[in-house]
Design a binder for this molecule. Structure first.
Ligand SMILES: *[C@@H]1O[C@H](CO)[C@@H](O)[C@H](O)[C@H]1NC(C)=O
Ligand SMILES: *[C@@H]1O[C@H](CO)[C@@H](O)[C@H](O)[C@H]1NC(C)=O
Ligand SMILES: CC(=O)N[C@H]1CO[C@H](CO)[C@@H](O)[C@@H]1O
Length: 331
């Protein structure tokens, strides 16, 4: 079973929260957001301060990197940000999103130190941006959406109320991915997963996730049973009931845990992590297809040094390589 550990980067540079004008403005936005959860149009029209991120440079991703000199990178960062996406227009493109997984890729980048001041969130790191660019490059016609500070507040004001008490990146990211998938549908990927080839259209027929243990799980063999799944790759149609239950349960569990321990609450896998998803997807009546490890996690976290894109470049059964950067495994 994999344990996703606390976001290292978020603990290294704790910055004092100064409740300035922008803080009060954002607090007001949050309150308005809660009051009119259903008035999305009004929320969309609120003038959130959008800053450009000119300081982003890229340094070439293993196989699929966009050009390191690409001047469009900072613009693309903003383009991917869900704050700048008009969901209604996107959904008009996928009228069958309730029946099959729509061609939308979701990723998250949240900075738990800046919940109080989303505008202060650090820019997306260049390695994360390269992964996002690689996804878009492999799927030029697809929608690639990055969920950040600002966009989570904008699209999920009710969830943000809980998120702002969570100081652990992976915990917050778990909640965001389940809620985004339930509401919008699509495929979620952790940002330490490198895409090698396009996602086959045949996979998009039903909700799916990937088996982690046993590694030789074979969905074509009725005697083979998956014991645990990781939550780093999840695809669902819009409004999938199973992922909705996972989203609701993870949120309820989180609220209970935060009530008990306050903002010092540490990450517990069972609250929102892989065990919760596993329980749902291995159930007899689950709507999920469970895919073999090799397709998305061709090497295990226990042999991390072999996890490079080059090592699997010629294996046409491998769609992505999980680098397990943000995770360490325990079994
Ligand atoms: C999670 O739940 C399992 C099974 O109920 C339990 O054995 C384990 O100790 C729990 N883990 C944590 C970190 O609470
Ligand atoms: C993949 O194929 C290329 C071209 O045939 C070859 O040069 C390379 O060594 C192969 N890589 C691996 C990891 O087998
Ligand atoms: C309003 C604002 O500053 N939003 C920032 C949120 O974080 C993203 C990614 O780090 C930035 O690009 C935004 O500028």
């Amino acid at each position: 079973m994999a344990i996703t550990k606390a976001n290292n980067s978020s603990s290294s540079s704790r910055r004092p929260h100064r409740p300035g004008r922008s803080y009060l403005a954002l607090k007001l936005v949050a309150i308005i957001g809660i009051i009119c959860y259903n008035c999305r149009n009004l929320l969309m029209a609120l003038p959130l301060p959008i800053t450009t991120t000119n300081d982003i440079t890229t340094t070439g991703l293993e196989q699929q990197a966009s050009s390191p000199e690409d001047p469009q990178n900072s613009l693309r960062d903003l383009m991917y940000d869900a704050s700048n996406k008009q969901m209604d227009k996107i959904f008009a493109r996928y009228p069958d999103a309730h029946a099959r997984v729509p061609n939308i890729i979701h990723l998250t980048w949240v900075d738990t130190e800046s919940w109080e001041e989303p505008a202060q969130q650090r820019p997306v790191p260049s390695d994360v941006l390269e992964v996002i660019n690689a996804w878009q490059k492999l799927h030029p016609e697809w929608e690639v959406i990055l969920w950040t500070n600002t966009s989570t507040l904008l699209h999920f004001p009710e969830l943000y109320v809980t998120l702002r008490s969570i100081k652990v990146g992976s915990w917050a990211s778990n909640l965001i991915r389940y809620h985004v998938l339930a509401k919008y549908g699509g495929t979620y990927f952790d940002t330490d997963i490198i895409p090698l080839r396009p996602i086959p259209s045949s996979l998009m027929e039903a909700a799916f996730t990937v088996c982690e243990r046993p590694r030789d799980f074979d969905p074509t063999n009725p005697d083979s049973k998956c014991l645990s799944t990781c939550n780093a790759v999840i695809g669902t149609p819009r409004g999938n009931q199973d992922i909705q239950v996972v989203a609701d349960t993870a949120l309820q569990n989180s609220i209970v845990r935060l009530k008990k321990y306050g903002t010092k609450a540490r990450y517990n896998l069972n609250v929102s992590g892989p065990p919760l998803l596993t329980q749902m997807v291995i159930a007899e009546e689950s709507s999920f297809a469970i895919l073999p490890s090799h397709m998305f996690y061709p090497c295990d976290w226990s042999e991390k040094e072999t996890c490079t894109a080059q090592n699997f470049a010629n294996d046409t059964n491998v769609i992505t390589v999980h680098l397990w950067k943000n995770s360490r495994g325990l079994s």
